[in-house]
Unconditional design. Sequence first.
Length: 129
Amino acid sequence: MDASRLKSVPPFDSLPDDVREKFSVWVGELKVDPGRHLADQGDYAYELFVIEDGTAEVRRNGDEIAELGPGDFFGEMGVLEGTQRNATVISKTPMTLFTLSHWDVRRLKREAPEAIEQLRRVIEERRGA
């Protein structure tokens, strides 16, 4: 993945260039059609998703609770903390997503722990924690 593409979307846009460069090696790209389940409530999280283009609906207990679009991300706490997903996310339009697997997060923890800590800080700031 070209690190400059990551500079356009949270949570990667707030990372220092050298940290973003470390992440870019393991970030994948996924293109999906409308109606694809990207995450299902209760499942374990194996990927963090960042929306580059398109929209998705977020459902909890069957009710739509939010809509996500470019710059939004989901799955980060499950990947970082190993918890179950607390909502279902379904693509509403064709989408382009950046992905980071839990294996890559583990690798980054070993090889560049400062990158994971920086990502955690960015996520906490964005969520108002």
